[in-house]
Design a protein around this ligand. Structure first.
Ligand code: GRF
Length: 193
């Protein structure tokens, strides 16, 4: 089973998944492998990591397309070359069209840096701090047409500390993201076998 991972930035969640696949030998234990890493940003730091790991990389610049639909159509055509059993969004900063989401229904997963359904959208850590939350966290969920909502697969909770900054809270949450995303993917794959 081929996994395709979509990134837009550092790709630290993608890297955590690639490392889990290697360390837990998903090829043998789950008949699964990360077949490609795709980014809408040519300068995404995660692309260098993927290339170092010998994983195919693709870049599709969304600015080269006249519409969101045209970009998403080209993106799914590119992804489908790898015949993915599973597509993972990992720091992929694009809102996907219903057509794209529908094409991958049931095999599209995302990680969002909040305890959904709280704080969908952006700037989740600052919003949690501003709201006076005592806890924050991350959620791995199946992607449906509604942004940042969908069946929850895993969650992790971290404390919000007094005088926390968004930067400090983000770093604390990211550690947990790197734990729960590979866990959620491995469990999803086990349910397919
Ligand atoms: C993370 O907070 C993730 O939850 C969000 O994007 C941020 C960066 O992720 N989706 P990564 O380091 O690019 O994986």
């Amino acid at each position: 089973k081929n996994i395709v991972i979509l990134i837009s930035g550092s790709g630290s969640n993608m890297a955590a998944i690639v490392q889990a696949a290697q360390q837990q030998d998903w090829a043998r234990t789950l008949d699964a492998r990360v077949a490609a890493v795709v980014s809408n940003k040519a300068d995404a730091g995660g692309l260098a990591f993927a290339r170092q790991q010998g994983i195919a990389t693709e870049v599709l610049d969304h600015k080269a397309f006249a519409s969101r639909e045209a970009f998403d159509a080209a993106l799914s055509e590119l992804i489908d070359q790898y015949q993915p059993a599973l597509v993972l969004l990992a720091g992929f900063m694009r809102i996907l069209t219903p057509g794209f989401v529908g094409h991958y229904a049931g095999r599209l997963i995302n990680i969002h840096p909040s305890l959904l359904p709280a704080f969908t959208g952006l700037h989740t850590h600052q919003r949690a701090i501003d709201a006076g939350c005592k806890f924050a966290g991350a959620t791995v969920h199946e992607v449906t047409a509604e942004l940042d909502i969908g069946p929850i697969l895993e969650q992790a909770v971290v404390p919000v500390l007094p005088d926390d900054t968004a930067k400090a809270l983000a770093a604390r949450v990211l550690v947990e993201e790197h734990r729960i995303y590979p866990l959620a993917v491995a469990n999803w794959l086990k349910r397919q076998n």
